[in-house]
Design a protein around this ligand. Structure first.
Ligand code: HEM
Length: 522
């Protein structure tokens, strides 16, 4: 009996030792090994402390001049600087001074290759190398309730298949059929603005208004909001988003999820409820056959491309549910931010408000804009590009090496290394754009979509390569419709209450909304 007890104790001890060794290897040996390999390959960077990597330094507030954007704004709310890189990414701005535009830093035990050099980005992602990069596992798990296995997250053959089926749904003909849906929601919003102004209040937080409108538009265009379940999905999706971003997670630190059990559980439960509701919508639509102009109906009706056996299989019900969520989360906040930053900049530049109003009037046949008129709003496209350059709603793009990636003779990026492309850094780089890099000058896009940037990979508001944003035409259409309707009815002025404090909350957002004084145009 005593012998058995000793044996059990010894086995227990061995198990605990084994567990501690694996933990030590996960938390310390593996990341240190990768770190050494990266350094041997010539990649420098700030020294990490495992298991936090460089997170401690990244969470520190910046000092002195780096807070220029907010400092200028708080002392004088009628002017502010667009020089925001060191405000939104103070740690990158600091490290760049020492390590240049390509270096390694660590989120927990995850290595990230920071890239703000467009030529380097081109070399490591061009041609066949593009297939060796996937999406970082560390974010995939975290964002599963939002995107599931939708287009944004899938890889390899699955990605090619989804993209094949989804791209045609965003064709111009299909998008044109959505113009009315967009006008309807926006007119409702503007009618409520008129009432607010009539009641004597002139100031509005346009960011809040525009985000609600964009969420409604994307829900209508993705899965339909006309039905009761559509409205319930919409409300739950918004709650899910708030829940997931309530906590500031220690991304990359092993087991850090245990600190946020309550939020994780709440998000998981909401995710399941949304899935059930969306499943019911998808199944009901599938039974009904073709109907409606939203993306879901188009995907349900759309045949896979190819012939016979080669014909791409249609997306399953489960896959369609994930795509509806992906369109909602990938599409509404980004478009809303592009519009909100635009209204802010137009409030600062009344001459551009006037130029756009003139252009809208010129191309509105019988007072309203059709698809032909929208396509002729050239100056508005310049303004959109300039806003996406200065305040890119998607401030970074990430990838993860699925295998060792050899670049030329001497450089190897080890399997598992993540890539972090600093889009804000690229868009605010004077060596690419010139000394006026931080000025709002939409006319720089008059000569072409590159905006005069010295490198074609220097302007990446919608990402790059095969994975470039599938919804960019939808954004362009929504942007033009919403902005035209606003400018026709109101003129915009900056409110003294506005404080310019852009910050990163997954997307690049204003910290305190965007308060504008709006005046009806007779
Ligand atoms: C101003 C508006 C928008 C911006 C700035 C934006 C930005 C981006 C960026 C940077 C990517 C590349 C991500 C990566 O490579 O990892 C992307 C991909 C994507 N976007 Fe957008 N987006 C916008 C609007 C939309 C809209 C309206 C939709 C859908 C309705 C949408 C759906 C998607 C999807 C599904 C992908 C994944 C494409 C793929 O991986 O093949 N986006 N977007």
């Amino acid at each position: 009996m005593e012998l058995l007890l000793q044996l059990l104790l010894a086995m227990g001890g061995l198990l605990i030792c084994g567990f501690l060794c694996s933990l030590f290897s996960l938390l310390w040996l593996a990341p240190v090994g990768v770190s050494r390999r990266l350094r041997r390959n010539g990649f420098d960077g700030p020294s990490p402390n495992f298991p936090f990597g460089n997170l401690v330094e990244m969470s520190k507030k910046q000092h002195g001049s780096s807070s220029s954007a907010s400092a200028t704004a708080s002392s004088c709310s009628s002017s502010f600087t667009n020089d925001i890189h060191s405000t939104v990414f103070p740690y990158f701005a600091r490290w760049r001074k020492t390590f240049g535009k390509v270096f390694i830093y660590w989120l927990g035990t995850e290595p990230f290759l920071y890239i703000a050099d467009p030529e380097f980005l081109k070399v490591v992602t061009s041609g066949t190398l593009s297939r060796k990069w996937g999406k970082p596992n560390v974010f995939k798990k975290d964002r599963k309730p939002l995107f599931g296995k939708g287009l944004l997250m899938v890889e390899g053959g699955d990605w090619a298949h989804h993209r094949h089926i989804i791209s045609p749904a965003f064709s111009c003909t299909n998008l044109n059929a959505m113009i009315n849906l967009m006008e309807e929601s926006t007119t409702k919003m503007l009618d409520s603005w008129s009432k607010i102004v009539a009641s004597g209040q002139k100031e509005i937080d346009v960011e809040r208004e525009i985000t609600t409108n964009a969420a409604e538009i994307i829900a209508k265009t993705s899965f339909g909001l006309g039905e009761e379940n559509g409205v319930r999905v919409f409300k739950k999706l918004r709650r899910l988003q708030a829940t997931l971003f309530e906590s500031n997670r220690l991304v990359g630190v092993p087991f850090s999820n245990l600190l946020y059990l309550k939020q994780t559980y709440k998000a998981w439960r909401l995710g399941r409820e949304i899935d059930h509701l969306l499943l019911a919508i998808v199944e009901a639509r599938a039974r009904k056959g073709r109907g409606g102009q939203d993306l879901l109906s188009l995907l349900l009706a759309g045949e896979g491309e190819g012939e016979g056996k080669e014909k791409a299989r249609k997306l399953t019900t489960r896959e369609l549910v994930d795509e509806c969520k992906t369109f909602f989360f990938g599409g509404h906040e980004t478009t809303a931010l592009a519009l909100s930053w635009t209204l802010l900049l137009l409030a600062m530049y009344p001459e551009w408000q006037a130029a756009l109003r003139e252009e809208i009037a010129e191309h509105s046949a019988g007072g309203s804009l059709d698809s032909d008129g929208l396509s002729k709003l050239t100056k508005m496209s310049w303004v959109l590009n300039e806003v996406l350059r200065l305040y890119s709603p998607a401030p970074n793009v990430q990838r993860q090496a699925r295998e060792d990636i050899a670049i030329g003779e001497s450089l190897v990026i080890p399997k598992g290394t993540n890539m972090w492309v600093d889009v804000v850094g690229l868009h605010h780089d004077a060596s690419l754009w010139g000394d006026d890099v931080n000025e709002f000058k939409p006319e720089r896009f008059s000569a072409g979509a590159g905006g005069g940037c010295k490198h074609r990979m220097g302007f990446l508001p919608f990402g790059f390569g095969g994975r470039i944003c599938v919804g960019r035409n939808l954004t362009l259409m929504e942007y033009k419709i919403v902005l035209s309707l606003i400018l026709k009815r109101f003129s915009l002025q900056l409110s003294p209450k506005y404080k310019h404090e852009p910050r990163i909350m997954l997307s690049l957002r204003p910290s305190n909304g965007i308060q504008l004084v709006i005046n009806p145009i007779n």
